[in-house]
Design a protein around this ligand. Structure first.
Ligand SMILES: Cc1cc2nc3c(=O)[nH]c(=O)nc-3n(C[C@H](O)[C@H](O)[C@H](O)COP(=O)(O)O)c2cc1C
Length: 343
């Protein structure tokens, strides 16, 4: 199992290790991949694979065996998850003083599963913001527990909006009646999904997986909202868990991209992760709602984009008790083994 709390600190700027190409040593490869796999993923499926090409280049692949065939047949959730991992990988490369040059979907006709080639080119040392975001990687968690109702200060929310913008996406905060309407829509989607046997069966494969190092463990699901005030995904646990009061006036962010194809999903994932790391740096917790998006392939094919584009994720922000970490598969399970350099 990957100990994401133990992602080693980057080498000191100016040291020999800091000049080293990121994938030149087993230690470097492991630091890069450990950072990438700490990303959030739909149902913690961790639908990624990595292949080291040379000392400066890594490829990121979609692991199609981990695609959620019922709720994510087009691979939107998979693409967003891999985009989040890609953002972490880019940050980890920046910590070595290299620029991370990304070619997204370099060969879509022949290798649609090859999502990105990431090449480390000579660059400037990382700036303070990049260091801060990198430091937050092991601390970011999905928090499905009640928040205390405190509002995010305006400057904090502005920072999150900038984080999304920097990655080519748009983040909008919805509050009050609009937030309630959005949550009603999420609740309706949760109800529709929960009535489908195929959805429940797929979810069961990824819930409380016991000794596996993927899926969502019971401890991470959180309590059932007592008055049904928040449509938290219940991961099939239903009434089996305790109930609690959640915040009455939730703060919801909606993340948009202009288009709605594989490149946009990768972009959304990078933006999502940048937003979540920036939130973590401000002590702000977050959980996600993607139930309406799970229904989209069936119900919204050919959707026209709204003025801001297509919604790719809904997130709930606030302040709460720390959530526990959920497991990750080890570097060796996600990395093409023959490509690990000799130490
Ligand atoms: C594309 C995507 C969709 C997600 N949808 C939901 C969701 O609907 N409900 C939820 O509680 N968590 C959702 N999550 C959060 C994942 O379940 C979570 O990232 C995963 O279990 C790993 O846990 P961690 O974020 O604490 O590392 C989603 C994450 C991603 C990347």
């Amino acid at each position: 199992m990957t100990d994401i709390d133990a992602i080693p600190a980057p080498p000191d700027a100016g040291s020999r290790a800091a000049q080293e190409l990121p994938f030149a040593t087993p230690g470097g490869v492991s630091r890069m991949v450990n950072a990438a796999v700490a990303a959030p993923s739909v149902h913690n499926t961790q639908p990624w694979r990595f292949r080291r090409v040379d000392d400066a280049t890594m490829e990121l692949y979609a692991d199609l065996d981990r695609l959620l065939a019922v709720t994510d047949p087009m691979g939107r959730g998979l693409g967003i998850s891999c985009g989040a991992a890609l953002f972490n990988l880019r940050l980890a490369i920046r910590m070595t003083g290299h620029e991370a040059r990304v070619k997204a979907l370099p060969d879509p006709a022949r290798r649609p599963d090859l999502l990105a080639t990431v090449h480390a080119a000579p660059g400037d040392p990382p700036d303070q913001d990049e260091r801060l975001l990198y430091d937050m990687i092991p601390h970011r968690r999905t928090n499905r527990f009640p928040f205390d109702g405190r509002r995010l200060p305006r400057d904090v929310f502005v920072d999150l909006v900038h984080a999304a913008y920097a990655e080519g996406a748009t983040l909008v905060l919805v509050k009050g009646r609009t937030a309630r309407r959005v949550l009603d829509m999420v609740g309706a989607a949760e109800g529709t999904l929960a009535a489908e046997n195929s959805y429940r069966a797929e979810l069961a494969c990824w819930t409380d997986p016991g000794r596996r190092f993927d899926g969502v463990p019971g401890h991470a699901v959180g309590p059932r909202p007592r008055n049904g005030e928040l449509p938290m995904r219940d991961f099939g646990l239903g009434g089996a868990r305790p109930s609690a009061d959640f915040e009455v006036d939730p703060q919801i962010g909606a993340l948009f991209t202009r288009g709605d194809g594989p490149l946009d999903w990768l972009r959304a994932g990078q933006a999502l992760q940048r937003v979540l790391l920036a939130a973590t740096a401000h002590g702000v917790a977050a959980s996600m709602f993607s139930q309406p998006l799970d229904l989209r392939p069936a119900q919204h094919r050919g959707d026209q984009a709204g003025p801001l584009g297509h919604v790719q994720m809904l997130a709930r922000f606030g302040y709460g008790s720390p959530a526990r970490r959920v497991p990750r598969r080890s570097v060796f399970e996600v990395l093409d083994p023959v490509e690990v350099p000799r130490g």
